[in-house]
Design a protein around this ligand. Structure first.
Ligand code: IMP
Length: 200
């Protein structure tokens, strides 16, 4: 079984990974959360910066997730800056309300969540996986599950019932940006996991 420490103090991300990787990859919390400056211009750069910092500090394979919300009508406000959007807001419910307010005059409410995973096994072995989920920003906050911008993100699904990611925890576990990136990683590591499980 491949084991990693999670290069993040975000308990919500840790919980999602536990469910996504159940029985395949083991993701442990890091011995302590590091303050890593995310100076990259892309999700890939930031995922690399975080994974490398944890590997360098703790000397064991590290998994970092850099993710965010891209809103087409507000190209400079979120994206890699998603965690730093509207710093005057004290919580994510307020950030969500702020985003709804900024989008009021805009016609285009579409966007996507993106997740880039960096598996830093050693300086010679570093792997990246990406996943996206497309959708649009709703007109109000809906749902109690998930975290961050989930209550205002209405993913594209066959059903057109306007439900947000915060109302769709099972769907999120299967089809979210993080789920897609994680499935790609599982597919890649599958061979070595299968070999580890097989008795000689
Ligand atoms: P990071 O921790 O630097 O990757 O920042 C991610 C930002 O995007 C934070 O503002 C999160 O709340 C937001 N975010 C990332 N993934 C999700 C998600 O699955 N749902 C809701 N918000 C998310």
């Amino acid at each position: 079984m491949k084991e990693f420490i999670l290069a993040s103090g975000n308990a919500h991300k840790a919980q999602e990974f536990r469910e996504l990787f159940r029985g395949t990859l083991t993701v442990h919390p890091a011995p302590k959360t590091l303050e890593v400056e995310e100076t990259g211009k892309t999700f890939t750069e930031n995922a690399f910066i975080k994974a490398k910092a944890y590997f360098d500090t703790f000397g064991v394979p590290a998994l970092a997730d850099d993710s965010g919300l891209v809103v087409h009508a507000l190209p400079d406000l979120l994206g890699v800056q998603s965690a730093r959007f509207a710093p005057e807001c004290l919580n994510y419910a307020d950030k969500c309300r702020k985003l709804i307010e900024l989008l009021q005059p805009k016609e285009d409410r579409t966007g996507y969540f993106i997740c880039v995973l960096c598996f830093y096994l050693s300086p010679e072995e570093i792997y990246f996986f990406e996943g996206r989920v497309h959708g649009e920003i709703g007109l109000s906050l809906r749902g109690e599950h998930g975290f961050g911008y989930d209550p205002i993100f209405i993913p594209e699904r066959n059903e057109r019932d306007g439900m947000s990611l915060a109302e769709l925890p099972e769907w999120k576990n299967e089809f979210s940006h993080r789920a897609k990136a994680s499935l790609a990683a599982l597919d890649f590591f599958k061979d070595s996991i299968d070999k580890t499980h097989k008795k000689p």
